[in-house]
Structure formats: structure tokens, C-alpha cells
Design a protein around this ligand. Structure first.
Ligand code: ACO
Length: 438
């Protein structure tokens, strides 16, 4: 298994601080991106670096995913996303991300079997679900229940062998669907539906969500394929906010389930995974006449408005997000197969065209990101808007696991702990209550 490809360290870079020069090693990645290793900076100069939003900070070495944001390139373990989207399935891609190589047919069959056999959750967990009000957001339930898994599978608290990690990873991949579907059932006030061992990964999830006691849900093949593709395209994206959160929490020695539970919380934010809900709300507002496309673009350009074009822009991509390109074509396919068309798709296309020809978006290199078209497909499948980010979480899970595992096996044991530039009060004395002024 390929875990870590060696990187070259023969170059150095010089930093000039307070008139003195300091040589720092240059780390070159396998795709030739370069990083200045400033690990000794503070000890040698007394300075730290300040990098708002970590836009220029490499927090780790990772052999999982490569992105070239300028060119719109995304590779999982070296394989272009376009090839995976055309040939692979989510479960196979998850294996690739977590264990580093495409599985043989025996390995894939064994992994799929374990995903099937572990899909049930402990019956005790049902009572946790029942304790939530049915107005609870499914992301809150998902995060809480993933964390609660460690109470039922305590071996995750103390790994002794690599096999323990593999087992914990497989259990989580399998049970996350059941937890997600049960969250949905709670929010609908419907009885839970147990996993069906005869269904595949995505089909089983949709079955658990949409089957009701009086009607078995037959999963349309087009939906299964489309959701599988969405999961695959979301499966990893190197050091994004939620994955960095998983690594950060994991760096403290926290177990896989707690770390992933924290990742779910980070993903929930509207600037991250929550944007797919924001896109649909924005498109619906246009459809209902609450605003037209021109007003939407105008508002997005106005910094005072607090409004952003949802599903547009990306920290890393300064080109068309390759995942958005694949999903745009997939949305067309799904509606052609269903023989009906969602008016939101046409609004999205017109909005995209309008924004891409606007100088504001051109100057800032703002393109549609993965969230721009994924919600429209999920709507067609019948997934309610408040479950969109849950779907993103299921898709992103293999990436979170792969990063947690990579960090664990790298074994540096170093806790992630950034510094700060303090901007508060300088030292002052405590004031007794009777001497304080309002
Ligand atoms: N609409 C309008 N203006 C935008 C948008 C947008 N969607 N995105 C960025 N900008 C503008 C910013 O106002 C800023 O303008 P300025 O230079 O005049 O100040 C410039 O473009 C750069 O934007 P930043 O906020 O510095 O970019 P950053 O890398 O920090 O943020 C982010 C990236 C959060 C994705 C941002 O583009 C955004 O808010 N997009 C909308 C939300 C969204 O779609 N999120 C999903 C991201 S992908 C994912 O997580 C799966």
C-alpha cells in the first residue's frame, strides 16, 4: 500500500528578518508545489507567521488528494476525478482514499460485505434518537450520534493495531447511512426502517430514508447512480475546513469517531457544506419572484448586502471546479432520464452564465463550485433541503477517515496548536468592585 511518497528537500529559501538572512528548507511535493519549511522560524528569529484563514499555510504532508486550483485539477491518490466519475463507484473510491490503492475484486467484495454486515446500529442508540425533539436539525443529530458510537464500540478509544483502525473505519462507513436515515426519520416523525442486506450502499440509504410501513420504496436506478456520483465527487478535498478540523481534533489523540463528529459540525457551516442548501434557497427565491437574476448578481457584488452568490467561489479553485462540471452534466442526464425538468436547473444555468460574464466574478476568478448543481440533483431524488449537508457528510466520510488514519500512522504525535498575534490589553491591575466605573 502506498502511504507516503517521498518529497525532495534539496532546495532552500532565504528569509530576511530584521536585516539578517535565515535559510529555510524548501519542501517539494510530488506535483512540484513548493513549501518553505518555517518550523524553526520562531526559535531562530522570534517571529511567527500570520496567515488569515490559513490561505498560505500547509498544515501537513499528505499523500491522499491533489488539487491544482488554477488549472481546475482534482486527483484522488493520483487518479483524475473525471476517470473515477466515469468508471468507479463510491464504495470503491472510498477504499482507494482510505487504503491508498484501488481494491482487487476480492478486496472490494470483502469491503462491500463488511459494509453490509455492519449496517445495523446498536438498539440502544434508538433511544438517543427518540430523545431529540423532531424539530432537531439532522446535522446536529448526525454529529451527536457519530460521537455516541464510541460509547457502543469502545475499542475505538484505544487502537492497538492497524487492523483496529480498519475495523473502526469500516464500521463508521457502514453505520453512517443508518444514522443519517434515522435522523431523517426522526425529523419526519416516521418509524425507523432497518438496513436491507440485499441492497447496495446508496440504495440501502435511500431505502432506509423513504420506505414507510405501508409502502416499500423502490429505488430508481437513475437516483442510485446520481447519488453515488455525488458521494464520489465529495469524497475528499484535501485540507478543507472540515477535514482540517478532523485532523486538528485527531492530533490531540481524540478517537476517530469524535474527530469525525467534529468534522460534521464544521461541514454544517453555510460557507462550507451548508452552501448546497443556500444555493437552493437562492434559486427558489428567484423562481418565486423574490428577486431576479440581475438583482441577485448585483447583491452578491455589494459588500454591504452581506449576500454572496451561493455555490460560487472557492478558496483553492480559481478556475471551474471540476466536480461542478461533472455535476452540471449529471443534472442534465438525470432530468432527461426522468423526462421532466426542474425550473431551478434553468435558473441555475442562466445565473451561472450571467455571473461568469460579469467583470466582478471574472476579476476574482469566481466559478461555480461543487454545491452549485448538487442540490438540484438531490432535489430531483426527493432529498429534502435540510438533508443536503448530511448527504455531503456521508460523501466526505472516506476523506475524513483517510486523513485521520494518515495522520495516526504518520505518528508524529504532535498536537496541532497554532499561535496568535495578541491584540488585547497590556498587563494591568485587577480593580476592586467598589472602584469600578460603568
Ligand atoms: N459571491 C460574491 N463575492 C464573492 C463570493 C461569492 N460567492 N465568493 C468570494 N467573493 C469575493 C469576496 O467578497 C472577495 O472580494 P474582495 O476581494 O473584493 O474582498 C473575493 O471574492 C475573495 O473572496 P474570499 O472571501 O476572500 O475568498 P475565500 O477563499 O476566503 O472564501 C468561499 C471562499 C468561502 C467559498 C467564498 O467564495 C464563498 O463565501 N462562497 C459562497 C459560499 C459557498 O459556495 N461555499 C461552498 C464552498 S465549496 C465547499 O465547501 C464544498
Amino acid at each position: 500500500m502506498v502511504e507516503q511518497v517521498e518529497t525532495s528537500m534539496s532546495e532552500t529559501g532565504k528569509l530576511c528578518v530584521d536585516g539578517s538572512e535565515f535559510e529555510m528548507p524548501v519542501i517539494v511535493g510530488t506535483e512540484q508545489e513548493k513549501a518553505l519549511d518555517i518550523g524553526s522560524l520562531r526559535a531562530r528569529t522570534g517571529y511567527i507567521t500570520l496567515d488569515d484563514g490559513y490561505a498560505n499555510t500547509g498544515a501537513c504532508r499528505s499523500a491522499i488528494t491533489f488539487i491544482d486550483g488554477e488549472k481546475g485539477i482534482l486527483h484522488y491518490r493520483g487518479i483524475p476525478i473525471e476517470q473515477l466519475a466515469g468508471k468507479s463507484r463510491f464504495v470503491e473510491t472510498a477504499y482507494l482514499l482510505i487504503w491508498g490503492e484501488l481494491p482487487t475484486s476480492d478486496q472490494l467484495a470483502s469491503f462491500s460485505r463488511q459494509l453490509t454486515e455492519n449496517a445495523l446500529i446498536h438498539e440502544g442508540m434508538k433511544y438517543h434518537f427518540e430523545g431529540f425533539p423532531n424539530t432537531s436539525h439532522p446535522m446536529a443529530m448526525l454529529s451527536a450520534m457519530i460521537n455516541a458510537l464510541s460509547c457502543y464500540y469502545p475499542f475505538v478509544l484505544e487502537f492497538e493495531t492497524d487492523k483496529d483502525i480498519d475495523k473502526a473505519a469500516t464500521l463508521l462507513m457502514s453505520k453512517v447511512r443508518t444514522l443519517a436515515a434515522f435522523s431523517y426519520k426522526m425529523s419526519k416523525g416516521q418509524p425507523f426502517v432497518y438496513p436491507d442486506p440485499n441492497r447496495r450502499y446508496v440504495g440501502n440509504l435511500l431505502h432506509m430514508m423513504f420506505t414507510v410501513p405501508y409502502k416499500q420504496y423502490e429505488v430508481p436506478r437513475a437516483f442510485q447512480k446520481a447519488l453515488d456520483l455525488i458521494f464520489m465527487l465529495h469524497a475528499d478535498h484535501e485540507q478543507n475546513c472540515s477535514t482540517s478540523t478532523v485532523r486538528m481534533v485527531g492530533s490531540a489523540g481524540a478517537n476517530l469517531y469524535s474527530s469525525v463528529s467534529a468534522g460534521v459540525c464544521a461541514l454544517w457551516g453555510p460557507l462550507h457544506g451548508g452552501a448546497n442548501m443556500g444555493v437552493i434557497q437562492m434559486l427558489e427565491q428567484i423562481q418565486e419572484g423574490g428577486m431576479d437574476i440581475d438583482t441577485c448578481v448585483k447583491l452578491a457584488k455589494d459588500k454591504e448586502s452581506g449576500f454572496r452568490l451561493m455555490g460560487f467561489g472557492h478558496r483553492v479553485y480559481k478556475n471551474y471546479d471540476p466536480r461542478a462540471k461533472i455535476l452540471k452534466a449529471a443534472a442534465e442526464r438525470v432530468f432527461a432520464q426522468l423526462n421532466h425538468r426542474d425550473p431551478l436547473l434553468d435558473i441555475a444555468r442562466r445565473l451561472e452564465e450571467r455571473a461568469l460574464s460579469d467583470q466582478y466574478f471574472i476579476d476574482r476568478k469566481l466559478y461555480p463550485n461543487v454545491d452549485f448543481y448538487s442540490g438540484i440533483i438531490m432535489r430531483a431524488i426527493g432529498i429534502p433541503t435540510n438533508m443536503f449537508t448530511v448527504m455531503f457528510a456521508i460523501g466526505r466520510l472516506p476523506g475524513w477517515i483517510a486523513h485521520w488514519r494518515e495522520q495516526f500512522l504518520q505518528g508524529s504525535g504532535r498536537i496541532a496548536r497554532p499561535r496568535q498575534v495578541y491584540t488585547g490589553q497590556q498587563q494591568r491591575d485587577y480593580i476592586d468592585m467598589d472602584k469600578r466605573r460603568a
